[in-house]
Design a protein around this ligand. Structure first.
Ligand code: MCN
Ligand code: CUN
Length: 792
């Protein structure tokens, strides 16, 4: 077959159907819970009913009497092997199982191993644990008060402070604010939320005592990093890294929640090593919601300084972060706080300062990433809320204010006051496009009319700048391992290929888009390129999929590895056609002689020659590997506009329209990008209007099930209208930026701004998300719009 157009071979920019969907839509995916191994045992976990309590006694005798219950593993058991503590991926430590004290509600207390899943559950019910409850710290604002218990004495802490982080110029910022014509200020809180992926976390730990080899099938976004962590945690009991194989097969959504190592994985490994049989552990829905994958919980004091006519001059933000009992993703110089540096947003001003303190509380481990809570979501929410707040203060249209303050196209690469170098951007056209599609000017007129009649209608904008794609390795690492990523391409003699990657798709469509990149670069049709990820025995080392980094890192590696092969193909073509390499020209799928296009060799012919008839002195075969270390992060952006109508009798909120214009540089697959944006927008709607984890004063989680943790479905979602502009990334081989998290970052402020805009003429300047009908109703009562009823 001879293909000469990018479209025929499924190259860049084509909406190729997702290769992986054939198995997904037929219910034939390979999820971890589908794995059944001979002799496999099942694990279930006893969890703490208290947020903070001494364990006085664990009596497993009744559980062990149940036929089929084989073992009950406690912290004391693990302590013998020094496996009762483990590192988190970002440099904190965490209990695997407690020996003395439980530190949060639903914490793992001990584990029951049984021959059947339900017998393990019966065993859990039969374990008797005696606790002495203590008063927990639930409110982050009180964590540093004198007299509070010290939650992490194991870390040598004398208070509950985890870290302080700051960026920018404090002195210059304070001076600017002292003299500014206009300063607006709001307390902006983003509550703790949960990724709530369809598939919960789980694993099958399969230890072979004869070979001392562990195969770990698990739900992880970062298989190689996990393999290294397992070797670090359990190297001393014989699990050295060459004897550990991590396999992440299909994953039913990760969203950041499957980056960390959770105690359940480690207990399952310990159980398999101790018993010598495979052990399966799969969380149920409530365990998942109550015990892991928690993000956000940032309380931000935000200030913006400007001139009277709306020239933004400076930003100041002070934040308190509640990271629960463990900083599950803590290392302020890197992800959790560092990425907050994007808080200066899409606007051009010289001065900013942000500082942040994180504290320990008796909540489950926090600070986990959630599409994307490496603090970009929080940062964007802060700046986009404040820009609207400024518009309200000075009486300027919020779109116009943004247009006037945007960093201009010719200013890129742009050095932000908090130290990033934005690679490329063109913000005005993206906002203008959204305004044109939604009919912005008419909407403002309609709003003015409606207000005269007491109707509540609001328009909210968010013009965000995202930052994704870690490395560069000089700035980012996980446990010291530099953040590059990798691609390995092997082309077989018949011209069909397999390519393997250090990343791991959780639903993003890598099997399709990586094939498209290679197809474009090498001319082999995408349908003939098989993509594999997630098996550490076969894939080259990589840091995994999160922070929308797959396209910026592994996608780039794919392009560079394919180009290495194209260079080899050129050499073979020159040899076969008896011309010099310079006389050859490339057209997707073939080399031909300049001026004599009939003299050509297809890529398939050249690959075959690599195995059968290659030049003397050239290595046989057609394979290449590349480890790509990006020179910079990528900075995708977008402008979203949301229109809401609020019922003035009930406070119910209807999103009338939502237009999202995204720019992620070169688009590999427009259909997949649109899918990413649809899903991400719904995940942005979630914290904007529905989701929030609520703890009572004793630290009990009050809404740890899907009955009361409100995940929006298609019923609650509006019709998302999407579009794009294309501003290529100047440092990426194919000009692409990441996109996976943009919509979740951009949607909440657009929705919040719209709702607040609908109420702003009543004197409302800010409402914390989630903005529920009840919150709005209370405001309407307070402002006298709804009369003669008491607020709830
Ligand atoms: N893409 C493209 N053109 C671009 C950029 C991306 O066609 N210019 C395609 C990519 O090739 C890939 C997809 O869009 O197929 C997402 O790419 P990218 O932005 O590089 O993000 P990652 O693949 O690294 O995915 C991570 C990102 C994150 S961090 C979260 S959180 C999230 C998200 O992706 N979790 C998801 N989207 C998700 N989608 C699903 N279905 N499930 C999750 O768990
Ligand atoms: Cu920011 S959540 Mo995603 O990085 O897996």
């Amino acid at each position: 077959m001879f293909c000469n157009t990018s479209k025929e071979i499924g190259g860049l920019g084509h909406g190729l159907k997702r290769k992986e969907d054939a198995r997904f839509i037929q219910g034939k995916g390979h999820y971890v819970d589908d794995i059944k191994l001979p002799g496999m045992l099942y694990m279930d976990i006893v969890r703490s009913p208290y947020a903070y309590a001494k364990i006085l006694n664990i009596d497993a005798s009744k559980a062990l009497e149940i036929p089929g219950v084989l073992a009950v593993i406690t912290g004391r058991d693990l302590e013998k092997y020094n496996l009762h503590w483990m590192p988190t991926l970002m440099s904190d430590t965490q209990m695997v199982l407690p020996t003395d004290t439980v530190m949060y509600y639903a914490q793992e207390v001990c584990a029951v191993i049984a021959t059947e899943r339900y017998i393990a559950a019966d065993g859990v019910a039969a374990v008797e644990v005696e606790y002495e409850p203590m008063k927990p710290i639930v409110d982050a604002h009180k964590a540093l008060d004198p007299g509070m218990p010290i939650l992490r004495p194991d870390k040598g802490k004398t208070d509950n402070h985890i870290w302080h982080w700051e960026a920018g110029d404090r002195e210059a910022t304070d001076k600017l604010f002292a003299n500014a014509e206009v300063v607006v200020k709001e307390q902006v809180y983003i509550p703790r939320i949960h990724v709530a992926s369809i598939e919960t976390c789980g694993c099958v730990a399969d230890f072979d005592p004869i070979e001392a080899h562990l195969t770990m099938y698990m739900t992880t976004q970062a298989p190689h990093a996990i393999r290294t962590v397992i070797a670090l945690v359990a190297g001393h009991v014989g699990l050295s890294e060459e004897k550990v194989r991590v396999i992440a097969s299909d994953i039913g959504g990760g969203f950041g929640g499957k980056v960390p190592v959770y105690p359940g994985y480690v207990i399952a490994i310990a159980a398999s090593v101790l018993i010598g049989k495979p052990v399966k552990w799969i969380e149920d829905r409530m365990e998942n919601l109550q015990a892991d994958s928690f993000a956000r919980d940032y309380d931000m004091t935000c200030e913006l300084a400007a001139t009277k006519d709306g020239k933004i001059q400076g930003l100041r933000i002070k934040t308190l972060a509640d990271h629960g009992y463990t900083d599950a993703a803590a290392n302020p110089s890197k992800y959790p706080a560092g990425m907050f540096s994007i808080c200066t947003g899409s606007y051009d001003y010289g001065v900013a300062f942000t500082e942040m303190d994180a504290v320990y509380t008796n909540k489950p481990p926090g600070g986990v990433a959630y599409r994307c809570s490496f603090r970009v979501t929080e940062a964007v929410h802060a700046i986009e809320r404040m820009v609207d707040r400024l518009a309200l203060e000075i009486g300027k249209d919020s779109a116009q204010l943004r247009m006037e303050n945007f960093i201009k196209k010719e200013q890129f690469p742009y050095h932000s006051p908090l130290g990033w170098e934005y690679d490329s951007g063109d913000y005005g056209p993206a906002l203008q496009k959204a305004m044109d599609i939604i009919g912005y000017d008419e909407l403002r007129k309609e709003q003015a009319e409606k207000r005269k009649n007491g109707e509540l209608m609001g328009i909210g904008i968010c013009s965000f700048t995202e930052v994704v794609g870690a490395g560069p390795s000089k700035d980012f690492d996980i446990l010291g391992i530099k953040m590059f990523d990798s691609a390995e391409i092997r082309v077989h003699p018949t011209g069909k290929a397999i390519a393997r990657f250090g990343t791991k798709s959780q639903g993003q469509g890598h099997e399709t888009t990586y094939a498209q990149i290679i197809a474009q670069e090498l001319g082999i049709p995408a349908e003939h390129i098989h993509i594999e990820e997630g098996d550490t025995d076969t894939a080259p080392y990589g840091l995994g999929t999160y922070a929308s980094r797959s396209t910026p890192t592994a996608g780039a590696a794919a392009a560079v590895a394919a180009r290495k092969l194209r260079d080899k193909a050129r050499k073979i073509a020159a040899y076969l056609l008896e011309v010099s390499e310079e006389d050859l020209e490339w057209e997707v799928g073939k080399f031909f002689v300049k001026g004599a296009p009939e003299k050509s060799k297809t890529i398939q012919e050249l690959v075959f020659a690599a195995y059968t008839n290659h030049p003397q002195g050239m290595e046989a075969g057609f394979e290449a590997t590349h480890y790509y270390d990006p020179p910079n992060l990528t900075f995708p952006f977008g402008s979203y506009i949301c229109v809401v109508d609020i019922d003035k009798e009930t406070g119910s909120i209807k999103i009338r329209r939502f237009v999202a214009i995204d720019d992620c540089g070169t688009i590999i697959n427009p259909m997949i990008v649109e899918g990413q944006i649809h899903g991400g927008l719904t995940q942005g709607l979630a914290p904007a209007m529905f989701e929030e984890l609520i703890y009572d004063e004793d630290g009990n989680m009050l809404n740890g099930s899907f009955m009361d943790y409100l995940v929006p479905t298609s019923v609650e979602s509006p019709k998302w209208e999407t579009g794009h502009t294309i501003t290529p990334c100047p440092h990426h081989p194919i000009g692409a930026k990441g996109v996976g998290e943009s919509p979740t970052v951009g949607a909440p402020p657009a929705i919040a701004n719209a709702i607040i805009d609908a109420l702003s003429h009543l004197g409302v300047t800010h409402i914390d998300i989630p903005i529920t009908p009840l919150k709005v109703w209370n405001i309407l009562v307070e402002k006298g719009v709804i009369e003669a009823v008491e607020a709830v």
